[in-house]
Design a protein around this ligand. Structure first.
Ligand SMILES: [Zn+2]
Length: 387
């Protein structure tokens, strides 16, 4: 079954902590090591020959690779028999996702100089699982169940998703991106940290260049898994296109484009039927209501995705795929929601919504499914099947 996948676009909290600019410093030769205990901590260790007077302090600096912001912590140290050893145990407390790569180095403060080690990296991952890894273009995927079949599915989803993004929207990944598959949803949620709700089937976190996805054995070998992968890669590609700093682009645009790209790979949901039924029943959600987080675990959730899909398709049908690219570029250049739309297609969100509603009104597409049908679809969909 497909799973609900949350989207993390906002900066992850720990990222916002104080900056530690790395100034030029003499370097020291040391062995670095990091031990991951995925649900609780990463322990960073240093071991170096040391003949100078005892240091006054040893610090650890760590952060995402190539990121300007780093965290700093104080490491406990010991000097014994000409060797300096130090360690620091960091408890991420739900701020890290499994698969995240962390770069770290130590800094040793002496009486009159501060020296640094070169940096090393560690992947925050559940080391109890027998991970395999494979690369496809800029995407590196990790999986531990499903054998070669899952790898085939992953390659298919990655290739087809990236092809649709590139050919239709001129979008591509700009940084290496990691895709981590769990075959056990409960374990995935536990590894994601406290507070991950039971309906979460994965997450796309652009700041980590990371997608964590629950791919149950029922999905292996099904085209819908490839479609889910394409959906999640779209979120990352959108964030890469917008660049830094991350901008709060409306959720309808994120999810609308992700569902359009997903549908280019395989149909996961009958979005059109869902929207038509909601229109007939006068239950559509206002687009301003689809700017922030989507409703979860309610019949409104699937409708929110379906409406986003319909709205983005409406823009594409009327102004072409390039309009979507233009809107994203306007966000990249700092436009607000309304001005991004005005710059790209000359209409405000309200006018656009009115025009979109008018197309639904004229739609003689398929008689709307009964409300009962929708409810049933949503009920099946919700805990297990949602974008
Ligand atoms: Zn999504």
């Amino acid at each position: 079954m497909l799973a609900l996948v949350g989207l993390v676009v906002a900066a992850i909290a720990w990222f916002a902590f104080g900056a530690a600019p790395v100034a030029a410093a003499p370097s020291i030769q040391a062995e670095l090591e990091a031990e991951v205990d995925v649900r609780s901590a990463i322990t960073f260790r240093l071991d170096a020959p040391w003949t100078a007077p005892p240091p006054s302090r040893v610090s650890i600096l760590f952060g995402l690779p190539d990121a300007p912001v780093t965290r700093r912590g104080r490491a406990a140290f010991e000097l014994d028999d000409g060797r300096l050893t130090a360690s620091h145990r960091w408890r991420p407390r739900g701020t890290l996702l499994p698969g995240a790569e962390i770069e770290y180095r130590f800094e040793v403060h002496g009486a009159d100089a501060t020296a640094r080690t070169t940096s090393s990296t560690v992947t925050y991952i559940d080391v109890q699982l027998p991970w395999r890894t494979q690369s496809e273009g800029l995407v590196e995927f990790w999986w531990y169940a499903g054998d070669d079949g899952l790898a085939t599915d992953a390659v298919s989803g990655i290739r087809r998703g990236l092809a649709a993004l590139d050919e239709d929207f001129g979008l591509e990944l700009q940084r290496r991106t990691r895709l981590v598959f769990y075959a056990d949803g409960d374990r995935m949620r536990a590894d994601m940290g406290r507070g991950t709700r039971a309906w979460v089937g994965g997450v796309a976190a652009a700041r980590f260049n990371l997608i964590v996805l629950y791919a149950s054995e029922f999905e292996w070998g099904r085209s819908t898994l490839a479609a889910t992968i394409a959906h999640e890669l779209t979120h990352i590609a959108i964030e890469h296109a917008i660049g830094e700093p991350p901008r709060a682009i409306p959720t309808w645009l994120h999810e609308g484009l992700a569902t359009v790209v997903e549908s280019a790979v395989a149909e996961r949901f009958s979005y059109e039927d869902i929207v038509n039924a909601a229109f007939e029943a006068n239950r559509l959600i206002s687009l301003r209501g689809l700017t922030g987080s989507f409703p979860v675990q309610s019949s409104g959730a699937l409708l929110a995705y379906a409406q986003s899909n319909s709205f983005v398709k409406f823009i594409i049908n009327r102004w072409g795929e390039s309009a979507i690219t233009d809107i994203l570029h306007a966000y990249r250049d700092g436009a607000s929601q309304d001005s991004a739309l005005r710059q790209a297609i000359g209409l405000s969100l309200n006018s656009l919504e009115a025009e979109w509603l008018a197309t639904l009104d004229q739609s003689d597409a398929a008689p709307a499914p009964s409300a009962a049908g929708l409810t049933a679809a949503a009920a099946v969909a919700l805990p297990l099947t949602q974008p």
